[in-house]
Design a protein around this ligand. Structure first.
Ligand code: PMV
Length: 332
């Protein structure tokens, strides 16, 4: 069956950086996020006997079998095939409406869309919890893109990883004024993928233990701040947690420095705006793009200021978004 779905990226409000179990892909700490309307992947999946091997086309380009992208897709399809007890090969066509692999969480929306679409195309009727666990296998942050609105990905306690999945804290309607301004600093793909980078941090960063212990406390605090809609405390916590994650990445051997000059330019301007009384906070994932956390009423002022910075190519405004959904209109 051929199925087309859309899924959104998410931004971690408190991050995950490091896997505890490499096979089960469970994290050292829980993390929280908001799924974003405006950063979207569309994916069509077709399982059919006409395909002699899996085919993966991303943003118009066919991925060769030896590429990481192809392997990730195949691994995910294998999990779905095993669950559905079938062995048909698939054609997967996917497109992002934002820069791929440069810290705009394309892996999150991509893997969430693929998992949701492939499960449907294989005739499986799985719960969000189950889909979140399967997405986790492809990309940790994808487990959170299964959720509409605000999410927590529980690190879980069980040895089999069955309690490590994302759950909703609040739906997107809960906080419609919440905004993320995605500042595009560089459209180039990043050099160090999160999967390899975080594995190296687990092994070599001398602050890894401090990082994940603190991040677990932050994730639990973040849940309460979201429920209370305490925007200032949320922004301050998100910003601090981001700096701590990057400190852990930077103290890895060899160092992982995702911040580009343009990122620092935005970060400094955000700090100045805070001093001027504007409620805005920065956060960055595994790439140079800076995401500014703010409320709708402050968007015009913040945009006006950030646009003036040389290193910023574009600003993408995002609201809290939906989880994956099936749509009409296949990509092939
Ligand atoms: O989704 P992964 O496994 O590629 O890791 C992404 C990790 C960060 O984006 C840097 C942080 C996070 O929690 O999303």
């Amino acid at each position: 069956m051929k199925v087309t779905v859309k899924a959104n990226a998410n931004i971690a409000l408190t991050k995950y950086w490091g896997k505890k179990d490499a096979a089960l892909k469970t994290p050292w700490n829980s993390s929280t996020s908001v799924t974003l309307e405006g950063l979207e992947t569309t994916t069509t999946v077709d399982f059919d006997k006409q395909y002699k091997k899996d085919i993966f086309i991303l943003d118009g380009k066919e991925c060769a079998e030896e590429t990481d992208e192809y392997k990730e897709v195949k691994e995910q399809l294998d999990i779905i095939r095993k669950k559905a007890k079938m062995n048909l090969k698939a054609k997967v066509v996917s497109k992002n409406d934002f820069p791929t692999a440069a810290g705009f969480a394309s892996s999150a929306s991509g893997l969430a869309a693929l998992t949701f679409g492939a499960a449907k195309a294989a005739g499986l009727n799985l719960s969000v919890e189950e889909l979140s666990k399967i997405s986790r296998m492809g990309s940790g942050s994808a487990s959170r893109s299964l959720i509409d609105g605000f999410a927590i990905w529980h690190k879980g306690e069980r040895a089999d990883g069955e309690d490590s999945f994302a759950e909703q804290i609040a739906p997107k309607e809960f906080w419609p004024e919440f905004r993320i301004l995605g500042c595009v600093i560089s459209k180039k793909a990043k050099k160090i993928k999160s999967r390899a980078g975080m594995a190296q941090s687990v092994k070599t960063s001398p602050i890894f233990k401090q990082w994940y212990e603190h991040a677990e406390i932050d994730a639990q605090k973040m849940v309460e701040l979201i429920k209370k809609k305490d925007f200032v405390a949320l922004g301050e916590l998100a910003q601090h947690n981001c700096i701590l994650m990057h400190a852990c990445a930077m103290t890895t051997l060899p160092p992982i420095i995702y911040w580009a000059p343009g990122s620092l330019e935005v970060m400094h301007r955000v700090l100045e705006l805070q001093d001027e009384g504007v409620k805005c906070y920065f956060t960055l994932d595994g790439g140079p793009q800076v995401k500014i956390i703010c409320l709708e009423k402050d968007v015009p002022k913040i945009k006006e200021e950030i646009k003036k910075l040389e290193g910023v190519h574009e600003i993408i405004e995002c609201k809290p978004g939906l989880g994956p959904r099936e749509v009409k209109g296949h990509l092939f």
